[in-house]
Design a protein around this ligand. Structure first.
Ligand code: PG9
Length: 626
């Protein structure tokens, strides 16, 4: 309807309606296969927590009353329970935390609650709120009391249920599932903490062995700035590498991005060592104070890009005192949270079957049904996926072997089970102006959609193998399998010309050039365990101390858990480097009291010398299953 030249166009006063929207509208309500209740549950201090309860239709009058599966989250209970706007419960629960096939397959009542201070819930917000009775929480409420009060309300106010409650959740919500185990409500019959955040300094979200995970800055901003994550972290740079380089230190970047206003950021800056702030809230330490009372299934992902430390740390702390055999663990070949998704592949790595579905049907579903419906179960103490053979194993405990078999770094970047008699060094120059990336640029901000973030831990390490500042020690072609099950321990002896340094060590499976039936995998370098250690914590994790320059010093730290077979025809490789950017902030290589506040002039090149051979030569102690 173009107006012809010279005429003034106006909407006709009469005739067909021009605006196609009605002035008022009636929303048709589709028949749901569940009843949805949104309630505000009062806590002991009067604060009300917003809670969505989804009751499957037919639950009333069913022969077996359903149990309740609870998740406590900072990630928006309303949104998490209304996916795709679907009236079908299994579809509405698509996505994070739910395992809808298990929830609806088991006929459970699904309960999702916003934690204090987030989305629909009243109250203050504190990141992973520490517990009452510690110096970090002066109030009378924490996640343990809030879970207790919630369960107490649920069993009294949801008459459709059988009065039993299970708690389940991933990551932050895995942390809240662990918190439920502190003075648990008697109606809490089972807990499934999946990839839980346990110790933010040792190896989960904020630091790894003291090295700061600066890509978490955007999460901190969005999570803490507002109740509903409305204020987004805005960046001008398309490449996170450029974004983090622009500001120099992570502290300068955070200030520019407004983080100084955020209470959690102030605390994080004030506690860059593993001091009482971190130790008092570490969940493995908190839980070890009393025997476990609730049957618990810890879920660990072997390639967890966010919380690779947590679940095994809780296992280690609690299993020795678990007299009643309540503690179980599953170890899968997954990224963070992938157990509830399709998991036949992880990046380029193929597992020959959907490992997520297998685990949900054979472990998660029977474990919940046993404790919530008294059904028989055949779930072993530990269910572990072995990469390499790509098979599930039923184990009586974990780890299956002690880290005792020494794999030596050898002169000329060799690697082997026999040490070299003669002592020497293999050297490189680490330049903070040109840090080694954790995966090839462009690096995106953390996030899942179409982003390499969830799978970067299995990225091909050939991307950096040839760099002059990355050492790649490689062993001979294996003529028989080498099986490891547990956490390899790094024993690195190295000197630096600086007074502080980061050490990144990677244990890698090098595929043969010809992989039968899968040419794309020829020569692939798959890291089966890698981590970073910030040198200043060499003597004690709880205090930063300068390194003595140009002096060989010992660094001992664990790599993440591995359950892997290096197959015949493959080679083992160990890589060593001194930056892992932009995931971790750069070590200036000059000792400064606060790396977050390092100044441009503090960043200097350093000559790194890794000791090989002789009495003090570097090695990795492998948990080899003979
Ligand atoms: N890894 C995320 C997280 C946990 C705890 C604190 C902050 C972040 C998560 O996936 O929930």
């Amino acid at each position: 309807l173009l107006a012809s030249a010279g005429t003034v166009w106006a909407a006709p006063a009469k005739g067909p309606v021009y605006d196609e929207r009605p002035t008022t509208i009636t929303q048709p309500v589709a028949a749901r296969d569940y009843e949805r209740r949104a309630v505000e549950i009062p806590m002991r201090d009067g604060v009300k927590l917003h809670t969505v309860i989804m009751i499957p239709k037919g639950a009333k009058g069913a022969a077996q009353k359903p149990a309740m599966l609870l998740t406590r989250t900072p990630y928006n209970a309303e949104e998490m329970t209304s996916q795709h706007g679907s009236p079908i419960m299994a579809v509405a629960l698509d996505g994070y935390d739910h395992a809808p096939d298990v929830v609806t397959g088991g006929g459970y009542i699904r309960v999702v609650q916003d934690v204090r201070g987030k989305y629909g819930s009243e109250g203050t917000y504190v990141m992973n709120r520490p517990f009452v009775g510690t110096s970090l929480n002066p109030t009378k409420t924490d996640h343990a009391t809030d879970t207790y009060d919630t369960i107490d309300w649920l069993v009294k106010n949801v008459p459709e249920s059988n009065g039993r409650v299970g708690i389940i959740g991933i990551s932050y919500d895995g942390f809240t599932a662990l918190a439920a185990l502190v003075n648990p409500h008697p109606a809490l019959k089972v807990a499934v903490p999946m990839n839980p955040m346990v110790d933010g300094w040792r190896g989960d979200d904020w630091f790894h062995n003291g090295a700061f995970r600066q890509i978490g800055i955007s999460y901190i901003w969005e999570q803490v700035a507002t109740r509903d994550n409305a204020n987004k972290y805005e960046v001008a740079e398309a490449d996170a590498y450029a974004h983090f380089m622009k500001y120099g230190s992570a502290g300068a970047l955070a200030s520019a991005q407004g983080l100084d206003q955020i209470g959690f950021w102030q605390k994080l800056k004030a506690h860059q060592a593993w001091d009482s702030f971190w130790q008092e809230q570490a969940m493995d330490k908190v839980l070890a104070k009393a025997p476990l009372k609730v049957p618990t299934l810890l879920v660990h992902s072997l390639w967890d890009q966010e919380d690779i430390y947590g679940a095994p740390a809780v296992w280690k702390a609690l299993k020795p005192q678990d007299k009643d055999g309540l503690l179980h663990m599953s170890i899968g070949p997954w990224y963070h949270g992938q157990a509830i998704e399709k998991a036949d592949t992880l990046g380029a790595i193929k597992w020959d079957a959907d490992t997520g579905k297998w685990w949900r049907m054979n472990v998660l579903a029977p474990f919940l049904a046993h404790y919530l419906y008294d059904k028989p179960m055949d779930v072993p103490t530990v269910t572990a996926f072995q990469s390499g053979t790509n098979e599930w194993q039923k184990l009586g405990g974990w780890p299956a072997a002690k880290a005792e078999k020494k794999l030596y770094l050898l002169p000329g970047e060799g690697l082997g089970f026999a040490p070299a008699a003669e002592a020497g060094t293999v050297d490189y120059v680490s330049d903070p102006a040109k840090p080694v990336t954790y995966y090839p640029r462009p690096n995106q901000q953390e996030g899942y959609d179409g982003n390499p973030w969830p799978t970067w831990l299995v990225g091909d390490q050939r991307a950096v193998s040839g760099r002059p500042d990355v050492l790649a020690f490689v062993g001979p072609v294996l003529d028989k399998p080498v099986t490891i099950a547990g956490a390899p321990v790094v024993h690195l002896t190295a000197s630096t010309s600086g007074t502080d340094s980061d050490w990144v060590v990677k244990l890698i499976d090098v595929y043969p050039d010809a992989v039968a039936g899968d040419r794309a995998m020829g020569g692939y370098e798959l890291a089966v365990g890698m981590d970073i250690f910030r040198g200043r914590f060499r003597e004690t994790l709880s205090e930063a101390r300068p390194l003595k320059a140009n002096t060989p010093l010992g660094y001992v730290f664990e790599l993440p858990q591995a359950n892997h077979v290096f197959l015949p025809g493959h080679r083992i490789m160990v890589q060593v480097q001194s930056s892992w950017f932009p995931l971790y902030d750069r070590n200036p290589q000059t000792f400064v009291p606060s790396i977050l506040d390092a100044k441009p002039g503090d960043y200097v090149k350093a000559t790194q010398k890794v000791s090989v051979g002789g009495a003090d030569g570097s090695y990795i102690a492998l948990p080899v299953v003979e």
